[in-house]
Design a protein around this ligand. Structure first.
Ligand code: GLU
Length: 313
């Protein structure tokens, strides 16, 4: 197409090639099984999507199959809470990497119930509390927000995953009660956990995720539209937190090797924001020891290398 830059025109072929290379990798790692419903997912699913800011979407493999977004939901909760609660949120959750596992309790005790950042579980539970306290129906507010962003009214939480999280959520309950003891949870803990487990259980495809997060690549404005999702400063802040804390305890290595704000979830999804270009989302359920998907990491890393995508270039 005349006037179309070289880079996007071969993106679809490139995605297919990278997906095939990912498929050939050894079957390292395994599905998350501490939430039993996640262990039932076919580990061979493999998909990738790129949503560019001009509205074009490129896909390969299982990019349109919904999967459990898990921790990726922490981005949506955070953006909604930042818009509704504003600056006081940062009195209750900090913006530092934790250097600990995403569900660690020790640091929270030392630091008087103030989580290191909104992307570890404790931080996301504080954000969930902010939403539960602000909205009369926080789950419905969040799902409406996500549906609008993705332009997909069918997005919903998977009941089986939601129930599985509830039944096996003792560690998250421990985090929430510990924070409540430090007065950093305002609503009743069961209601906060219910919201948190619900958001983790939302299912979305790579295409849904890439499209719904385009505003982070576009200074807060939804890609291909003039819809303001959040102000430029909020988008900057979320990207900064993603860069330092989005990839569990492998965030430093991801910044070092790839250099894009990114978030992964134990469902095997990985989203990466490329400012002024778009959003990449990859999915493959087998996880490494940090909780990041092996093949999703490979696909995003390879695509970023091939296209020269990094915020540090
Ligand atoms: N629902 C999971 C938990 O709370 C989310 C973990 C994740 O994806 O990091 O443990």
């Amino acid at each position: 197409m005349e006037g179309t830059p070289q880079r996007p025109s071969h993106t679809a072929e490139l995605l297919q090639d990278i997906l095939e290379r990912a498929r050939q990798l050894p079957d390292e790692g395994r599905c998350a099984d501490y939430i039993p419903a996640l262990a039932k997912v076919n580990p061979d699913y493999l998909g990738i999507a790129v949503a560019e800011l001009d509205g074009r979407v490129h896909i390969a493999g299982d990019a349109q199959v919904p999967f459990s977004i898990q921790s990726i939901s922490k981005i949506f909760g955070l953006v909604l809470a930042m818009e509704r609660v504003g600056e006081p949120l940062w009195q209750r959750v900090r913006m530092e990497p934790s250097g600990q596992a995403f569900n660690s309790i020790m640091q929270l005790e030392w630091e008087h119930g103030i989580p290191r950042n909104p992307f570890i579980n404790a931080g996301a539970i504080v954000v969930a509390d902010a939403l539960v306290s602000h909205f009369s129906a926080s789950r419905s507010a969040l799902i409406q927000f996500i549906r609008q962003l993705a332009n997909n009214p069918l997005i919903h939480a998977d009941d089986e995953v939601w129930e599985s999280e509830r039944v096996h959520g003792n560690r998250n309950a421990a985090l929430a009660y510990l924070m409540k003891s430090f007065d950093n949870i305002q609503s009743e803990v069961p209601a906060v956990l219910d919201h948190y487990f619900y958001q983790c259980a939302i299912s979305m495809s790579c295409v849904d995720l890439a499209q719904s997060l385009s505003f982070l690549a576009n200074k807060g404005v939804r890609g291909g539209s003039s819809d303001v999702v959040c102000d430029q400063r909020s988008a900057h802040r979320v990207n900064a937190l993603l860069s330092t804390s989005g990839m569990y305890d492998q965030s430093g290595e991801f910044a070092f090797t790839v250099g894009l704000p990114a978030k992964s979830g134990v469902g095997g999804g990985l989203v990466a924001v490329v400012p002024d270009y778009g959003v990449i989302c990859a999915w493959s359920p087998r996880l490494n020891s940090y909780g990041n998907s092996h093949r999703s990491m490979f696909m995003v890393t390879t695509l970023a290398e091939e296209l020269g995508l990094s915020v540090y270039n």
